[in-house]
Design a protein around this ligand. Structure first.
Ligand code: EPU
Length: 440
């Protein structure tokens, strides 16, 4: 297993470009199952999750090839399979996004029921309720979900859950409803830019979807979709992570290939802390720290709120601001595994329920820490960039799932991040101990 060794203390300065969005690319790739012919997606990040979904789609009869930097071609050549391999699905929860397209196009899908998750309880009951509303028979057999229907029919589906709407659920039902007979109305739908990106792709393929970006999606079913070429939107979570890295190291960054509108809640909260953020051009942000930063209280919410996917990174930043902050996560109320690791780096966080109470410290201290999920890993990397001495982050395979070439980008901006094998890392730095026997 790889680890990151990070020597903290350098301010990040320079220009960096954000990659395509992982969470937009995954459902867009799955949507290729809805057509025959070649779907071309540009600006697809080269990540473990993208490769895992590529393997799954290949096992479902798709021919996939990558051209140049970021262009993925997907073509269905065999529609006879509709069962997703357990080994691939268990690696990545987002694999459930093949269910909607398989059901709509092949009339059947069998996918493992996702198991436990480090960021908390993640049921898919709303997806299944939606498929049933569209007329599918839904069964659970030996840990697998089996959905089948000879012809889906348009329906009214409410996507509200106890913690807001569901992003992947909205994507799954959208991709099923586009080929249903008649009209569907999806209420309390997720408004995330990744859902809008999927709806735009489906409309390019000939679907009739309106209302994307609002809580109500209207879908007029069509009998056939045709493949198209579309670019994946910039990754707003990577952009936000870099913005926070800039603030944490009190650096100065120009971040390119962003959609500033997708980042408005993040921009607002960083500005409230005192970070200077300017739009310079259509898809570029300038981040600088021109004054002392102040603590704030934050709640992570569904879009357009502050994303849960940057709650951990914001927590790392708040650990270094003098005074007290509170951060709450209303989307994944148990997503706080990074807090105990940050505390090992001298942070002062007390977690209770869906909140973390943070008292800023003058300086974080390097330590050996363990990444528990993708965004927790990012938070540890950011904390390490600002910490005194060396931090060793174990289990960074989580990070490789969702950030393209993060260490290359950070090192280019002045960070000191080295990837090495776990077995090559010294567990502890020897410390000099006074000879107590002599002084006694
Ligand atoms: N929920 C239900 N029932 C459902 C589905 C969801 O109760 O049927 C609950 C969840 O337990 C959670 C909330 O609804 O409390 C939101 O979950 P959602 O379904 O929106 O999450 P997701 O679609 O599984 C996507 C992203 C996550 C991101 C969340 C929230 C992808 C592949 N994943 O997950 O991204 O945190 O939306 O924005 O798009 C990440 O990239 O690190 C990541 C975890």
């Amino acid at each position: 297993m790889d680890v990151f060794k990070i020597q903290g203390g350098n301010s990040l300065c320079g220009t960096v470009a954000v990659s395509g969005s992982k969470n937009a690319a995954l459902p867009m790739m799955a949507a290729a199952l809805l057509t025959d012919g070649k779907t071309i997606l540009n600006n697809v990040p080269d990540l473990v999750d993208v490769r895992t979904l590529s393997s799954l789609l290949t096992s479902l009869g798709c021919e996939i090839s990558r051209h140049g930097s970021g262009s993925l071609s997907l073509e269905v050549v065999d529609e006879s399979h509709s069962e997703a391999d357990y080994e691939l699905v268990r690696k990545m929860r987002a694999s459930v996004c093949v269910m909607g397209p398989l059901l709509a196009r092949r009339g059947h899908a069998r996918v493992s029921l996702p198991g436990g998750c480090n960021i908390g309880h993640r049921p898919i009951d709303i997806h299944l309720r939606g498929f049933a509303a569209l007329g599918a028979q839904v069964d659970i057999h030996q840990g697998d979900i089996i959905v089948q229907a000879t012809q889906l029919r348009g329906a009214e589906i409410d996507l509200a859950g106890p913690n807001g709407s569901t992003v992947t659920g909205t994507c799954n039902l959208l991709t099923a409803a586009v080929l249903a007979q008649g009209k569907s109305r999806l209420t309390s739908a997720a408004m995330e830019p990744e859902v809008v990106a999927l709806a735009d792709l489906l409309n390019e393929m000939g679907a009739k979807i309106t209302g994307q970006g609002t809580p109500t999606l209207e879908v007029e079913g069509v009998s056939k979709l045709t493949p198209t070429t579309q670019a994946v939107i910039p990754d707003r979570i990577e952009a936000a992570t870099l913005m926070i890295a800039s603030a944490l190291t009190r650096g100065q960054l120009t971040i390119q290939n962003v959609n500033p509108q997708h980042l408005s809640a993040v921009t607002a909260v960083l500005q409230e802390m005192g970070v200077s953020i300017y739009e310079s051009g259509l898809s570029q942000l300038e981040i600088a720290c021109e004054r002392e930063l102040a603590p704030v209280n934050i709640t992570a919410l569904p879009y357009p709120g502050i994303p849960t996917d940057i709650q951990a990174q914001l927590t790392a930043l708040l650990c270094t601001l003098p005074g007290r902050s509170v951060i709450r996560d209303q989307v994944f109320p148990d997503r706080f595994m990074h807090c105990a690791e940050l505390n090992r780096m001298n942070a002062k966080i007390r977690q209770q329920g869906d909140r973390a109470f943070i008292t800023g410290v003058a300086q974080l201290q390097g330590a050996h820490v363990m990444a528990s999920d993708l965004r927790a890993s990012a938070a540890l990397v950011l904390a390490a960039l600002a910490a005194r001495d060396e931090t060793v982050i174990h289990r960074i395979y989580h990070l490789d799932r969702g950030y393209e070439a993060l260490e290359t980008k950070l090192n280019f901006l002045g960070a000191n991040v080295t990837r090495c094998r776990e077995e090559d890392v010294q567990r502890r730095t020897p410390i000099e101990r006074p000879d107590l026997r002599r002084s006694a």
